[in-house]
Design a protein around this ligand. Sequence first.
Ligand SMILES: C[S@@+](CC[C@H](N)C(=O)[O-])C[C@H]1O[C@@H](n2cnc3c(N)ncnc32)[C@H](O)[C@@H]1O
Length: 214
Amino acid sequence: MYRDVSSCNTYNYGDALYWDARYIQEGGSFDWYQRYSALRPFVRNFIPLSSRILMVGCGNADLQMDVRDMSLFPDESFDGVIDKGTLDSLMCGTDAPISASQMLAEVCRLLKPGGTYILITYGDPTVRMPHLSRPVFNWKIMLYNIPRPGFQKPESSTPSRKSYLEPIPLSEKGLLPADFVLEDPDSHFIYVCKKINDTEIDTIPTYQLTADVL
Ligand SMILES: C[S@@+](CC[C@H](N)C(=O)[O-])C[C@H]1O[C@@H](n2cnc3c(N)ncnc32)[C@H](O)[C@@H]1O
């Protein structure tokens, strides 16, 4: 199992006290990673409107709990769970693999069959797939990659690969294709993890994302 320290820098991202202090110090609210406009196609295409959605790790939320123990909620109570940077924070903590496993087990427990976990993260498949692809979760995983907001491609760069709404084909080992090039080295990966039943395994369609969703 990999320990992912790629985006931990020198801050204590894995420490709850760090976040408490930061939210008090900075106040207000701010967008981490991506704006909703960039994420909307993913949310709208994979999580039906009017469904129950849990956003984990929102520092200024009314309801605060540790994502490693969300026993306040009963099993299968959400259609979607959205995580922007929370697993990343846990991966900076001292017991990162254990914390990740606890959090993901809770996410899986809370999802209804057919529900979707959307993970927005700096972690590429080498550091995220070992956690996400555990057979016990039985998730069908699709991977996307989007540049950070405002990223400008260098003029000298070759024409871009397909739209960021196209899933990236994963290798048999769940890794990026050998010829995959990150246009933006600080881009974000989006893992769309659909909780399936055994009976669904062969019938899950390949999703075609569209940008024109509301
Ligand atoms: C990079 S910030 C992202 C915040 C928010 N998800 C967003 O997108 O704006 C990481 C968040 O993870 C939260 N976090 C870290 N460890 C947590 C834990 N064990 N349980 C719940 N939240 C946690 C922090 O409080 C912080 O709000």
